[in-house]
Design a protein around this ligand. Structure first.
Ligand code: TXA
Ligand code: MG
Length: 347
């Protein structure tokens, strides 16, 4: 990549905004890689039709090649370019939840490169609802392969600044769409004729999916293999390949807990700077200089999760203790991400 001077944004990467996205779409069509916003997290995209461009995504993120990418399209009109067939269950889910934070894994079309799917016979399809993503994808008018725009293993970016803090100078351009609404990645399901399997929890919950399919397709089984006693736990054999990797981890070591005991936590991490992400009320007894952030709902937790993990790093914390939200609705997805960020460490 050519050496560039920092622009007024402070980044060397050229940044485009709504109303001015033709240039970014051109970069993508010419084989470049582009950071762009979605309603979940920022993505780093390439034309799915250009293998050499897709390869650049893996390089920029430091992503293992055996972790497949999902395809982003602006409308179901582009589905036939990406998938071989669409079962009725998937049709109903697209109708109900797209555009929106849902990715549906379907049998891939022959033309989709094995580099995108890491050799799998299936491909994930997502139609984002973020207006700037829609504007950009319409201009691209090809399936855009895009993982989250973080360096592999780190928290996903929910603002342009977060994305470029890791990828500035490693991508050809970026699109600014402000802060992401949901803040955690899309729900992923795999659809076949007989069953729908949850591969990653998100803002679209299993209950919403089951309710949507229940009336018209009562015979279809909706399955959440990782759900246990209402909480999603880490499976031994994950069905979404990427879920087995180190994930969402800030520099600080993360511990999760159902309910924080301030005094015990202070004792446990004596001599180490720790921060607390609490649910509903500030913790008592953690000490006056301890960075604390209180989440008031599961939705707020999802929206701010990754940004706050990075904020605690900025506060010099070596440890972050995160109180888990209740295991309902999007709370299940937040618990899943927190447990992975913690690598399973509980207090
Ligand atoms: O919200 C999102 O989904 C964001 C935004 C940018 O759209 N994207 C995102 O992509 O989170 P990524 O690559 O960070 O996560 C996609 C996950 C990975 O864990 C990957 O292993 C899994 O989807 N995946 C991709 N293709 C798959 C397939 N054919 N079968 C099963 N899992 C798949
Ligand atoms: Mg990711």
């Amino acid at each position: 990549m050519l050496h560039r001077e920092p622009s007024s944004s402070g980044f060397v990467t050229p940044v485009y905004t709504s109303g001015n996205l033709g240039a970014a779409a051109k970069v993508l069509a010419a084989g470049g890689i582009v950071v762009f916003p979605t309603e979940t997290v920022y993505g780093i995209g390439a034309s799915a039709l250009l293998e050499h461009a897709v390869a650049k995504i893996f390089e920029a993120k430091g992503r293992p090649q055996d972790n497949p990418l999902i395809l982003h399209i602006h409308s179901t009109a582009l589905l036939s370019e990406a998938v071989a067939s669409v079962p009725r269950s998937a049709e109903l889910l697209f109708e109900a939840f797209s555009p929106g934070p849902l990715t549906i894994v379907l049998p891939k079309a022959e033309r989709v490169s094995p580099l995108v799917t890491a050799g799998l016979p299936t491909v994930g399809i997502r139609i984002p609802s973020h207006p700037v993503a829609r504007e950009f994808l319409e201009m691209c008018n090809v399936p855009v392969a895009a993982p989250s725009a973080n360096i592999s293993g780190q928290p996903s970016p929910t603002s342009l600044e977060m994305a470029l803090s890791g990828l500035d100078g490693k991508v050809d351009c970026a699109v600014d769409g402000g802060f992401c609404q949901h803040g955690i990645e899309s729900t992923i399901v795999r659809c076949s004729d007989g069953e729908v399997v949850l591969l990653r929890p998100g803002a679209i919950t299993v209950e919403m999916i089951a309710r949507c399919l229940g009336e018209e397709l009562p015979g279809v089984r909706v399955r959440a293999p990782d759900a246990e006693g209402g909480a999603v736990v880490m499976p031994a054999q994950p069905e979404a390949p990427g879920m087995s990797y180190r994930h969402y981890q800030p520099r600080a070591e993360v511990f999760v807990t159902e309910r924080i005991d301030g005094a015990r936590t202070r004792k446990r991490f004596h001599g180490r700077r720790f921060g607390v992400m609490a649910m509903n009320r500030p913790p008592v007894g953690v000490g006056p200089a301890t960075p604390v952030y209180v989440m008031n709902s599961a939705e707020e937790y999802a929206h701010l999760l990754y940004r706050k993990l990075v904020w605690f790093d900025g506060q010099g914390c070596e440890v972050i203790v995160a109180e888990l939200p209740p295991p309902q609705g999007v709370g299940l997805a937040v618990r899943d991400r927190l447990r992975r960020a913690a690598g399973g460490q509980e207090l």
